[in-house]
Design a protein around this ligand. Structure first.
Ligand SMILES: *Cc1c(COP(=O)(O)O)cnc(C)c1O
Length: 344
């Protein structure tokens, strides 16, 4: 039995609800799941098992090491970062499909007699992917393409670039032997049915991120919880924490929690974040330390040994800390015990 003084409570029902919501929003398209970066920090195996149980069939990771972690589950996995020479052994062993994104990768895959693959096309983000002109010139001819993909640069904004990328991608329909086409990430799903194609690839919204209108039904999945190591009274005029940035305006009851920026509870939450005791907000006081955090508990009867939940609703936490929802969730560190609360 581990007795870690901090844990991530992970809500299985909310995760499954979010996938079903995104699946419904995807219309006739299938809805997959991006589980790269260890399931955005939740634990890729735990996420993939639960989503596979809910009916999800397509999983996306960044690297072959990540694909290897999922291999025992026997799922259909695509590796978004393609296949380097060093990855060919793993790729030819068939634990996942590479998402080929350069002419060199395509040549390597052909030369090795690789079978089914996916291909990334760049439609304007200028990140990974082959050029549409090269596709038109026959670069992909003869490849056994399962899914042709592209990726939206600005799906969380209402800008003309979204439609430009969609149109450039749609123009490739029928130009390759691809069985399916896939464009939309979490925010792209909310752009409407003409962004869904045959398969969607949400990540952030599965885990409770809400980046734009249309994701109101998405629920929080990740709840960081930390144990109170000490409770103290800070007298009026005294200060709390490094650099003495918070001064008590009156005698204040303070709880010291076992969590800090080394756990991904970043310094941007200093004097801006909060813990929750039920409905009561307990403000962060002063600087976040590496491993410790002070919160004011005048409003709650918090005692040494109690557990408090940090306010980690992603849109609000991003606004408070000045970090992106993606950074907040993927940054949650290794010292948490990850505890899945199963659906009732
Ligand atoms: C990370 C990623 C996704 C998922 O994006 P979210 O914004 O987290 O939904 C989808 N497709 C590709 C290519 C990605 O890199």
């Amino acid at each position: 039995m581990t007795t870690a003084p901090l844990r991530l409570r992970l809500d299985t029902a909310a995760l499954v609800h979010n996938w079903r919501t995104l699946d419904a929003m995807s219309g006739r398209a299938a809805c997959g799941a991006a589980v790269k970066a260890d399931g955005y920090g939740l634990g890729a195996v735990g996420v993939a098992e639960r989503l596979a149980g809910a009916g999800c069939r397509d999983f996306f990771v960044a690297t072959w090491a990540e694909a290897g972690m999922l291999a025992p589950l026997g799922l259909q996995v695509s590796v978004l970062h393609g296949v380097r020479a060093a990855d060919m052994g793993a790729a030819l062993a068939g634990i996942a499909r590479p998402v080929l994104s350069t002419p060199a990768q395509i040549a390597r895959w052909r030369a090795a007699g690789g079978g089914a693959c996916d291909v990334m096309v760049d439609t304007g983000m200028n990140r990974l992917g082959v050029a549409p002109a090269d596709v038109a010139a026959g670069l992909l001819d003869g490849l056994a393409i399962e899914t042709l993909m592209s990726h939206l640069a600005c799906a969380d904004e209402d800008v003309p670039m979204n439609a430009r990328q969609r149109d450039a991608f749609a123009a490739l329909a029928g130009r390759t032997g691809a069985k399916r086409m896939s464009l939309a990430n979490s925010s792209g799903i909310a752009l409407g049915p003409d962004y869904a194609f045959d398969l969607t690839r949400p990540g952030l919204a599965l885990y409770g991120g809400r980046q734009r209108a249309g994701h109101e039904a998405i629920r929080q999945v990740v709840f960081p919880e930390a144990e109170v190591l000490q409770r103290r009274t800070v007298r009026a005029g005294e200060t709390v924490g490094y650099n003495a940035t918070w001064t008590a305006p009156a005698d204040t009851e303070v709880a010291i929690l076992n969590i800090g920026y080394a756990d991904g509870y970043f310094r941007g939450f200093s004097s801006r974040g909060a813990a929750l005791a039920g409905e009561v907000r307990l403000p962060v006081l002063g600087r976040v330390s590496m491993d410790l955090l002070a919160v004011g508990v005048d409003a709650a009867g918090t005692r040494e040994g109690d557990w408090l939940t940090l306010d980690y609703d992603l849109p609000a936490a991003a606004a408070a800390s000045g970090m992106s929802q993606y950074e907040l969730i993927t940054g949650l560190g290794r010292r948490f015990e990850r505890v899945w609360a199963e659906a009732a």
